[in-house]
Design a protein around this ligand. Structure first.
Ligand SMILES: Nc1ncnc2c1ncn2[C@@H]1O[C@H](COP(=O)(O)OP(=O)(O)OP(=O)(O)O)[C@@H](O)[C@H]1O
Length: 313
């Protein structure tokens, strides 16, 4: 059942078209990934959904309510965890959460209970008395998240929640997201530049680049969009140092080589690439091939194929 409907959204800042006919649906209770290179328009879209930025045309609905007309009711359902840490550095964790809980209209016993639960699910119960300025980056990120869930939102929007956090804090954040979905049926919109995170958390996703839809659907649907690209994995005993270059220069259709010691991943265009030519090259160089397998592209590889490798300003 759809929970968020984004229909034909256009948004410009002056001359710049920042969102160009963007449409997608987020199902109730799913973790939906919104990914794209820098400047793609992800934060602008989040600002539109949360009623912080107007749009030029199209319509946005959350739980059958319209943005911006019904934004006051919609906001009660939303927990927004912004990219920037929004905490009062001189105050401790409890005082910060009391402040944010107050903004959501919580008080007394209920507020105390919600603060305790938020601290537990995000793993901060042992650090409640120290001022936030003494917290590590990961602890601050986790407290930032706790502040966004005190009112038990149906719809949790996490804008790059793992920037600058260590793997332990990142795992805790992942556990927390799964807990919210499992325990409360929360719908999650998750943006990140880390493809392996989106791969692990999100069943469906939308890829945005310079305001345009590049891909939309399940992970396997996205990977099928680049089915023209195939990945081969090979292991070679004692390969020469320049073997990477030989693979790209001497074989046609090799688009990318990722190597680590004697292990090589080749992304190739199957219309041009020939395994026979690869085997001939290995034989000519008198190398010993120990493994050769065809592999599925990772989400990151599919993303790079779809959005290209040119740097964004
Ligand atoms: N308030 C604003 N005024 C003018 N242009 C803006 C404004 N906010 C964003 N933009 C422009 O809109 C485009 C999309 O920006 P946005 O921040 O939405 O992208 P993003 O995908 O969130 O990027 P990042 O991954 O770097 O956070 C960029 O070109 C940006 O410069």
């Amino acid at each position: 059942m759809s929970y968020v409907n984004i229909n034909h959204i256009y948004k410009s800042y002056g001359e710049e078209q920042v969102l160009d006919n963007v449409s997608f649906v987020i199902e109730r209770g799913e973790c939906f990934g919104l990914i794209g290179p820098n400047g793609a328009g992800k934060s602008t879209l989040i600002d539109i959904i949360t009623g912080l930025t107007p749009f030029n045309s199209g319509n946005v609905q959350v739980d059958n309510l319209n943005v911006p007309t019904d934004i006051v009711t919609i906001r009660k359902q939303i927990g927004l965890v912004p990219q920037e840490i929004a905490l009062m550095q001189e105050l401790n964790a409890i005082a910060n959460l009391e402040y944010f809980g107050g903004l959501y209209g919580l008080s007394g016993k209920l507020l105390k209970e919600r603060i305790q639960e938020a601290l537990e699910v995000i793993g901060l119960t042992n650090h409640v008395k120290k001022p936030v300025k003494t917290f590590s980056g990961g602890m601050q990120r986790r407290l930032n998240i706790a502040a966004g869930i005190l009112h038990r939102p149906n719809f949790l929007i996490l804008d790059e929640p793992t920037v600058g956090v260590d793997p332990q804090s990142r795992n805790k954040i992942f556990e927390f997201i799964k807990y919210m979905i499992h325990e409360y049926g929360t719908t999650v919109l998750y943006t990140s530049h880390y493809m392996e995170e989106v791969e692990a958390l999100c069943d469906r996703l939308f890829i945005l680049d310079k305001g345009h839809q590049i891909g939309y659907g399940s992970q396997s649907e996205i990977k099928q969009m680049v089915q023209d690209n195939v990945k081969w994995y090979l292991e070679i005993e004692q390969a020469p140092l320049n073997f990477d270059n030989q693979l790209t220069q001497k074989l046609s259709g090799v688009q990318q080589v990722i190597s680590n010691q004697n292990k090589y991943h080749l992304i190739v265009d199957p219309l041009e690439f020939s395994t026979k030519a690869l085997l001939n090259l290995i034989a000519d160089l008198q190398l010993e091939l120990t493994t050769l397998n065809k592999e599925e592209l990772s989400l990151e590889e599919a993303f790079l194929q779809l959005t290209g490798k040119s740097l964004r300003d």
